[in-house]
Ligand binder design. Structure first.
Ligand code: AMP
Length: 288
């Protein structure tokens, strides 16, 4: 496994790989790797000849007052995990490498960032779309892997790849959870023991909502209000949003007809957590 820091060296490596007709699978991350990241690396390993992992805490996707300065980091541990996961290249550019003096180009989507997290983090998806574009131009992957944990991010990337004609296949990978249901996240390390317990309400609300839909309660407002009540009953919680929306456009749905994405963002103490689940309505098939 090789560690590459400089963008030009990364491009040179990828050009050489492409000349040998090997495929490049790419997993972009902000590091502090956990099993969720490893699941993406495993998928990349299975589907490509060379696996590139990037570790970069992207400043342009954080707003002032968010956790950029304290975002958890442990490069030696990440390198160990990456090696065990069969990564070929770890790409670790610096802020200066990516956003040098006089930087002025950003990628902005018109519609998808206007929902869910985008409402509460208005510059976030511009930062994501910009850094992913830049990383794609440096790593030159054939396939790139993203987690459904960040559902809106995945939707933004898919749209951007289509709109800007990137010749890259985007693969979405399922959410990896702790055994008690908590979605894995680098930010879980911020939680105290009590907050960690409270945080279970996110996955529990999603699970309970699916149970209600199965029982025939499909009105979005009812489902959302009940989930909000459960969340607000716990200490140290502050809801950013609980929504049920179209899984492609992210527009609010009044009712779960066939299916719908239930997505939520909740602060537990100072930690902002997100989770989501596709709610599906199970139809009874009536024999003629
Ligand atoms: P991050 O380092 O948090 O920016 O995440 C890097 C990638 O890992 C993104 O595509 C995330 O969606 C994905 N990811 C993070 N947590 C999980 C998880 N629990 N399950 C699956 N993918 C995840």
């Amino acid at each position: 496994m090789r560690v590459i820091e400089h963008p030009t060296e990364m491009q040179l490596f990828s050009n050489n790989i492409r000349q040998t007709h090997q495929s490049i699978g790419f997993v972009p991350t902000m590091g502090y790797l956990h099993q969720g990241h490893i699941s993406l690396l495993d998928a990349a390993r299975q589907q490509s000849d060379q696996v590139v992992l990037s570790i970069f805490v992207n400043p342009t996707q954080f707003s002032p007052g968010e956790d950029l300065s304290v975002y958890p980091k442990d490069l030696p541990k990440d390198l160990d995990i990456a090696e065990k996961a069969g990564v070929d290249i770890v790409f670790t550019p610096t802020d200066k490498d990516l956003y040098g003096d006089h930087y002025q180009t950003y990628v902005q989507l018109k519609q998808l960032p206007n929902y869910l997290c985008g409402i509460h983090r208005p510059t976030h998806f511009q930062g994501v779309a910009t850094v992913v574009t830049k990383l794609f131009n440096m790593v030159k992957p054939h396939v790139a892997f993203f987690g459904e944990k960040d559902y809106q991010q995945l939707a933004v990337i898919r749209q951007m790849v289509q709109d800007l004609n990137f010749d890259i296949t985007i693969i979405g990978c399922p959410i990896v959870r702790e055994s008690d249901g908590l979605a894995m996240s680098s930010r879980n390390v911020y939680l105290s023991k009590e907050q960690r317990q409270t945080a279970l309400i996110l996955s529990q609300s999603l699970y309970r909502s699916q149970q209600k839909v199965t029982k025939g309660i499909t009105d979005a407002e009812t489902l959302i209000n009940e989930a909000k009540k459960d969340i607000e009953s716990l200490p140290e919680t502050r809801i950013d949003y609980v929504r049920i929306c179209n899984k492609d456009t992210l527009e609010d749905l009044p009712e779960v007809m066939m299916d719908g994405l239930m997505a939520l963002a909740v602060h537990v103490g100072r930690t902002r957590l997100i989770d989501n689940r596709i709610l599906t309505r199970e139809y009874c098939t009536v024999k003629a």
